[in-house]
Write a protein that binds this ligand. Structure first.
Ligand code: BGC
Length: 422
């Protein structure tokens, strides 16, 4: 297919989005690519599929999910397919650098700006996320299914109670380490991590870094106004190193959701993880507050690390009509209300019925409304893929040598090479 002018693409999009799909539906299929394969993730993905199937019954969905939390295994597979001209119809992407640099810039995505008008999304989705993080040259390239909060510290309520530990509405690092010491002396690994995929440890560091440098420090760091060897960054590295003393010994053998399972089983007390963890608790029928609780990762109350999940439209999508219908479905109120209560994320739309959400979601929606949004580096929003990878590599090395200077220097160098957030 020859290159289309953006205007023509837009015109086609308008026509297609108004055309009836049902006639050809029987022979239609739709390939949806994601990394949603854990218990909670697949339950939520199924909910998205079900809403779509109701809207577009004749289309067979091909679930092309690739296992591996955080997309660590999925993204390389996707890259190969995109580079080879064999795209799925639509794929999961984080806004920001990941979407714009890895997929839009090389021309793998078709803009879906028109859907924001035809489906009134212009009004339904918050501007700062849509306009800033998914837009290039005034064209919008994805629709969000939901928004995760990254800086959450989960805990096993009963285990903390048994050990005389009370968690209030916020937590300082001192309070956290005091709890860790108590648990350690009772022979319990306080902190559950599942870093068989290193991003889970990188996320623990990311959360800790925010807890020390705060939102202003975060902005400065990713704008190059603060360096990665700044004393404050090194202070965060020190705390991150200290956390290793309280970790589950099998962390390197576990995936993120297996670590959450250890928390549910009372083998570990805390886990610092994005709120897709909530999806695992829900899937296991655990009761909030009674079985599990949460608080902002130490030092990060007042900030919301944004890890949003969007879906794209492939350029030359093999099933373009179905893909557009899928995106319209993902962006619908019905889909957002069906998907997010199971996923742990909050709807990106602002006009959903809040009464459909449980206590955790109410807490997160509240936080999103009033706290400082912070783009995640570990999940591809704040910096280019090269820096995200460098951070993962530096964390891997640090877990081995615990050398703060090496850790800081590696990131100074990586920041110079990849120029994050410029
Ligand atoms: C995604 C979440 C997903 C998590 C763990 C994150 O990058 O945004 O939707 O649940 O990874 O797989």
């Amino acid at each position: 297919m020859p290159n289309r002018s953006p205007l023509k693409a837009l015109a086609i999009l308008v026509v297609v989005s108004q055309a009836p799909f049902c006639a050809k539906a029987a022979e239609n299929s739709l390939e949806v690519f994601s990394w949603w394969t854990s218990g909670g993730e697949s339950a939520a993905l199924d909910a998205l599929f079900n809403v779509y199937k109701k809207r577009d019954p004749g289309v067979e969905i091909v679930n092309a999910a690739v296992a591996g939390g955080g997309g660590s295994a999925a993204r390389p597979v996707l890259q190969t397919r995109l580079a080879g001209g064999n795209p799925p119809d639509t794929w999961q992407s984080h806004p920001g650098w990941e979407l714009l640099d890895q997929y839009v810039e090389p021309g793998y995505c078709e803009p879906i700006t028109e859907l924001y008008k035809s489906d009134d999304w212009d009004k339904a989705f918050p501007k700062e996320l849509v306009v800033d993080l998914m837009t290039k040259d005034r064209k919008i390239y994805a629709v969000l299914a939901g928004i995760h909060r990254g800086n959450v510290l989960w805990y096993n309520t009963k285990l903390l109670e048994q050990n005389g530990i009370k968690v209030g509405g916020q937590m300082t690092f001192d309070q956290f380490f005091a709890a860790c010491d108590k648990l350690k002396s009772a022979g319990i690994p306080a902190l559950g991590v599942g870093d068989s995929d290193i991003w889970a440890s990188a996320q623990l560091f990311e959360n800790t870094l925010l807890g020390v440098i705060g939102p202003k420090g975060w902005t400065d760091l990713f704008a190059g106004a603060m360096q990665w060897d700044d004393p404050k960054v090194k202070e965060a590295m020190k705390l991150f190193a200290k956390m290793q003393e309280y970790m589950n010994p099998d962390h390197a053998a576990l995936s993120w959701d297996q670590a959450i399972k250890e928390l549910m089983e009372g083998k570990v007390a805390f886990s610092s993880m994005g709120d897709w963890a909530d999806g695992e608790f829900l899937k296991a029928n655990l009761k909030e507050r009674e079985d599990f609780g949460w608080v902002s990762h130490p030092g990060t109350a007042g900030s919301f690390i944004v890890i949003a999940d969007g879906f794209t439209l492939a350029r030359r999508a093999p099933h373009r009509e179905a893909a557009i219908a899928w995106l319209k479905s993902v962006g619908s109120r019905e889909a957002q209300e069906a998907f997010n209560p199971l996923k742990g994320s909050i709807p990106a739309r602002t006009d959903v019925d809040h009464s459909k959400f449980d206590g955790y979601h109410q807490w997160s929606m509240d936080s999103f409304a009033k706290d400082k949004p912070i783009p995640s580096c570990v999940h591809g929003e704040a910096a280019p893929a090269a820096f995200q990878q460098a951070l993962n590599d530096a964390v891997t090395a640090f877990l081995m040598d615990k050398n703060i200077d090496n850790f800081a220097n590696a990131l100074v160098l990586a920041a110079k090479q990849s120029e994050p957030a410029k």
